[in-house]
Ligand binder design. Sequence first.
Ligand code: TMP
Length: 224
Amino acid sequence: MLAPSTAPQRGLFISFEGIDGAGKSTHIPALEALLRGRGHSVTVTREPGGTPLAERLRELLLHEAMDPLSEAMLMFAARREHVLQVVQPALARGDVVLCDRFTDATFAYQGYGRGFNLEVLATLEQWVHGGLQPELTLWFDVPPAVAAARLAQARSPDKFEAESIGFFTRVAAGYAARLAADPRRFARIPADRTPAEVWVDVQAAVDALLQARQQASTPGQHGQ
Ligand code: TMP
């Protein structure tokens, strides 16, 4: 059901995942600056959000209590707008898209965290973005107790940030299951370390992807 893209997707789609308090968001501007410095065009975006409508849905999702099915469907409604208006056009232009969360978050939070039916989520995933997946997902893996201590510093936690350690333990298990199902797409980054140490791993994972892409596009490298 995803509208066919008129141009081949030349860009690179990278998502950032982890439980709240994992520290992923501090690395996105740093990676953006690094890639721009190397001459890449970069689109930085986030979910839920990234378009005016999806940002309005984000406000509701982060602050209103609602039924788990409503929550899952609103996440996917926001995603549909975002994919069609931002992600696909940016990939067609050849941008590197740095996306703060994508569908793995729905499986982790609504599926494992809330206990919502995973098969229904897989069906919605197909409807909303077909075969489109990130080439690389950086999973910032931090023990829930460490994340909770970090979140305790936050001034006014949103609906998700206010959840229990038990909830985040289930969400983390959800990310582990997503990695187990698709290990080539994921880079697991232990995030209970200093930002400088984490940043080394972020750069290494992205460089490995860029090198693999470079080799695949270099004449004479195919099939070797
Ligand atoms: P953020 O705080 O990292 O911007 O993410 C917003 C919150 O939304 C975060 O607590 C995770 C949650 N979320 C879901 O529950 N499901 C989703 O599909 C997405 C994208 C985010």
